[in-house]
Design a protein around this ligand. Structure first.
Ligand code: SF4
Length: 371
């Protein structure tokens, strides 16, 4: 097994029938592991020589040396998309051809609730713009799509990369639509316009909170004023923008959570995403929640950010859950929002989103109530 969860919880995985855990960035570790297994099986003496692993030798859990991050990401081949059912993806119940691309790994900020910096490292590493556009060009031709979603946490952090990428798109006359993640302090209006002119249809911003105190506590290093300014630019540039907000940090009160929702409504992005603070393993928030005994739900399947798993110092887990529902209802039932969706001809999408996610949720609640 590999990925963020088992990287930090490898002992638990190994005690639950997993033979080997690939910790951290996995490509070279997996390659070495497979080559070794082909020759020697799971011989512990051989596994000990592979950096980035965890496994059991008898009852003893062995964690080998950490593997340093891959310096040149261009060494990696593109994802094996031909092994994926590319024609089976849907959005709100409708088939969609879409390609996810990752141009960078890592983040220097180390926010306390986010595992990115702790998994990929506290330094951003970009692929070359040429390699990224090569991958996009190939995917566009092969899968007959022009919809690209960048999975990077902070695509706009590297200004030089962004402009090289746009130049590369222009030179190859690639007509794509793409969306990417940004920060309110790493984008300016000029970059927004350039992105839009080259096919960027939506920008995703983690604003996280309506309280500067919380923003400071989580280490996000942005200001509320920056968020107001950037969201205003996005409106002027007429580019869709999504604001992401987290409620239920341990130190918050119910009023603080309400203020975050009110701030989201003040910013009024095209769409707002609300999640409940989830103390993912490996993050400072996890160690805080653990030492203060805040975690009340250890069923990992519930750790989705849409289900509260911890209480705070001044609220219960159930109250955090209720606040999350309140946030969505409050934001999306505004007349102004519905009218805007109607004007943009997107009301149908919203209705089908509600049908596909809220209706099953309400049905489940009703069924549970009847149990
Ligand atoms: S929330 Fe964004 S800025 Fe903060 S660590 Fe995660 S990726 Fe970096």
């Amino acid at each position: 097994m590999g990925g963020p969860h088992v990287t930090f919880m490898y002992e638990e995985a190994l005690n639950n029938n997993v033979d080997v855990v690939v910790r951290g960035e996995g490509e070279y570790t997996t390659l070495e592991l497979i080559n070794t297994m082909e020759k020697y099986g799971l011989d512990p003496t051989r596994l000990r020589t592979i950096r980035g692993l965890a496994f059991k030798d008898g009852d003893q859990v062995i964690r080998t040396q950490d593997r340093p991050p891959i310096r040149n990401l261009d060494e990696l081949p593109p994802p094996a998309r031909h092994l994926l059912p590319m024609d089976k993806y849907t959005l709100f119940g409708k088939p969609i051809r879409i390609v996810h691309v990752m141009a960078s790994r890592g983040c220097p900020y180390g926010c306390s609730f986010c595992s990115t910096s702790y998994f990929w490292g506290r330094m951003i590493r970009y692929r070359s713009a040429k390699a990224v556009v090569d991958e996009i060009e190939d995917a566009v031709n092969r899968y007959k799509t022009n919809i690209i979603v960048f999975t990077d946490d902070e695509f706009t952090l590297g200004k030089r990369f962004v402009y090289e990428f746009l130049r590369e798109l222009e030179e190859r006359k690639l007509d794509i639509n793409f969306s990417c993640g940004s920060r309110v302090d790493t984008i300016d209006k000029e970059m927004m316009i350039a992105l839009k002119n080259h096919g960027c249809t939506a920008l995703y911003f983690g604003v996280e909170s309506g309280s500067q105190d919380t923003i400071n506590k989580i280490g996000k290093r942005i200001t509320l004023e920056q968020a107001v300014k950037v969201f205003q630019w996005a409106k002027e540039v007429k580019i869709d923008h999504v604001g992401s907000f987290v409620i239920g940090f341990p130190w918050e009160s119910i009023d603080d959570m309400k203020n975050t929702v009110r701030f989201a409504m003040k910013l009024d992005p095209t769409y707002a995403q609300f999640t409940v603070a989830t103390p993912y393993p490996g993050t400072p928030l996890y160690y805080q929640a653990l030492s203060d005994n805040l975690i009340e739900d250890w069923n990992w399947e519930h750790w989705t950010t849409l289900k509260a798993v911890m209480r705070g110092y001044r609220f219960t887990k159930e109250q955090a859950q209720k606040m999350l529902q309140w946030a969505y209802v409050k934001y999306y039932s505004r007349l102004g929002f519905l009218v805007r969706e109607l004007i943009h001809g997107r009301l149908g999408t919203i209705i089908s989103a509600i049908k596909n996610s809220l209706v099953p949720w309400f049905t489940e609640r009703l069924l549970r109530r009847g149990e």
